[in-house]
Design a protein around this ligand. Structure first.
Ligand SMILES: [Mn+2]
Length: 433
């Protein structure tokens, strides 16, 4: 007998991957943990008879010859599989995309890759084997793929995930059904939690990324907390959000990230939980850590994550050319032409007074205005940035303030300038002009 199983608090990618395994491995039975996410629960209550699924209590452990584990590689995340830990004759296949964790399940064979959803890995193999999917199979696999990739928008999404979506749609995946399970209506208790979070969110900048923290006490069961955290991260507009739900016995930590620089899975591993770059969670016994200790541990883990090693000093342009406020527009223009630059800083003894960019030259309408001083045309409200700041912070300031140049200032001295072109070059690997 062979079974495929997955992690507790089963999400749709995990369910979809188990179902895909039952289609991929002849004779395979899927085992779904008792604790599943709310939308998975709803789906199963109406669809489970369509698939080859059983509950953990129904597994005949002694008769097992092969175990297929999907969407995790850790024993403690499986439901009632302890008896199998000591079996050294068991064949184990692992399919997973949680690269931050080092699992303790010894695989005979494994497929672990950076990809948006585990189900994409299984669909790849199904296509190679020429396995046909019906509309229902395609639909559940697509829901798993969409949920774990945020409808193909999370930074962890790969081109192969998108091709998987195309393939499932070609095989009649139903987007009406998918939409129903992916966007469940919010309930009253969920709204209460959301309003509670809105009252007090701590925001910190860590390694140039804005990170939000909430500590919420929770004494009743609220379904699908993860969806509320996910939505709230977008509302407060932070790169990553961590919510610590405090309870007498155990605290639940849920994290969501919308930026490639913050890996939630890595953070959750330090708390004994798991996840991947965009999403993850951990449960911590209250006897082991209080909420404040959890918060400190998250911050320490984030501080240690320096994936964005590129700093403003690496991408800025220098030297910076500057002129006095009395310089004429004509002189400023000729400096820009001569040096082939798009802007000059306006500086006096008191420091930076403004900036004149190529665009400002267009404001000169009458001939005699070319003899006017640059201070009559310059932009005065100058935002600056430090050499150690991140390119993403520069991009955020540029977008928020609608400006294209940021002087780089260190110890009150201007050491360079970063422009929109520098930022675009960095983000898209464009070649400089
Ligand atoms: Mn997954």
């Amino acid at each position: 007998m062979l079974i495929a199983t997955t992690h507790k608090n089963t999400d749709f990618d995990a369910l979809a991957s188990v179902i895909a395994a039952t289609l991929l491995y002849p004779g395979c039975v899927g085992v779904i943990p008792k604790m599943t996410n709310r939308n998975v629960d709803q789906f199963l209550s109406t669809h489970k008879t369509a698939f080859n699924l059983i509950l953990p209590g129904e597994v005949q452990h002694d008769e097992l010859t092969k175990l297929i584990v999907v969407d995790t590689d850790q024993w403690h995340r499986l439901d009632r599989m302890e008896k199998l830990r000591d079996r050294d004759d068991l064949d184990i296949d692992i399919w997973d995309h949680h690269m931050a964790s080092k699992g303790d399940i010894p695989a005979t064979w494994s497929c672990k890759e950076h990809i948006g959803a585990t189900v994409s890995l299984l669909v790849r193999r199904m296509r190679e084997k020429g396995i046909t999917l019906n509309a229902l199979d395609s639909t559940v696999l697509l829901i798993g793929l969409y949920e774990d990739t945020g409808h193909l928008t999370y930074p962890s999404t790969t081109a192969e995930d998108a091709r998987t979506a195309a393939y499932l749609l070609e095989n009649k995946a139903d987007l009406n059904v998918a939409g129903f399970f992916l966007n469940p209506p919010y309930e009253e208790t969920q709204k209460e939690i959301l309003f509670e979070m809105m009252k007090d969110t701590e925001k910190l900048t860590i390694n140039g990324q804005l990170v939000g923290f909430n500590i919420i006490s929770l004494d009743k069961k609220v379904t699908n907390l993860a969806a509320i955290v996910n939505m709230y991260r977008k509302i407060v507009n932070v790169g990553a959000l961590f919510v610590i739900f405090v309870n007498k016995k155990r605290h639940t930590v849920i994290g969501r990230s919308g930026v490639a620089q913050i890996n939630i899975g890595t953070v959750m591993n330090t708390l004994g939980g798991g996840g991947h770059s965009g999403a993850g969670s951990a449960t911590v016994k209250s006897s082991i850590m209080d909420p404040e200790e959890i918060r400190k541990k998250i911050i320490a883990s984030l501080t240690a994550q320096k994936t964005e090693i590129v700093r403003i000093s690496d991408i800025m342009s220098f030297p910076v050319f500057s002129v006095a406020p009395e310089t004429t527009m004509r002189q400023a223009q000729s400096i820009m032409t001569e040096k082939d630059i798009r802007g000059v800083m306006v500086v006096d003894d008191n420091g930076i007074q403004g900036i004149i960019v190529v665009w400002d030259l267009k404001k000169v309408k009458k001939k005699n205005q070319w003899d006017s001083p640059v201070k009559a045309f310059m932009a005065r409200d100058i935002k600056t940035i430090g050499p150690g700041d991140s390119p993403s912070l520069a991009a955020r300031i540029m977008i928020e303030k609608d400006i294209g140049h940021l002087p780089v200032v260190q110890d009150e001295k201007m050491i360079g300038i970063v422009t929109r072109t520098d930022i675009l070059t960095y983000y898209y690997d464009l070649l400089p002009e």
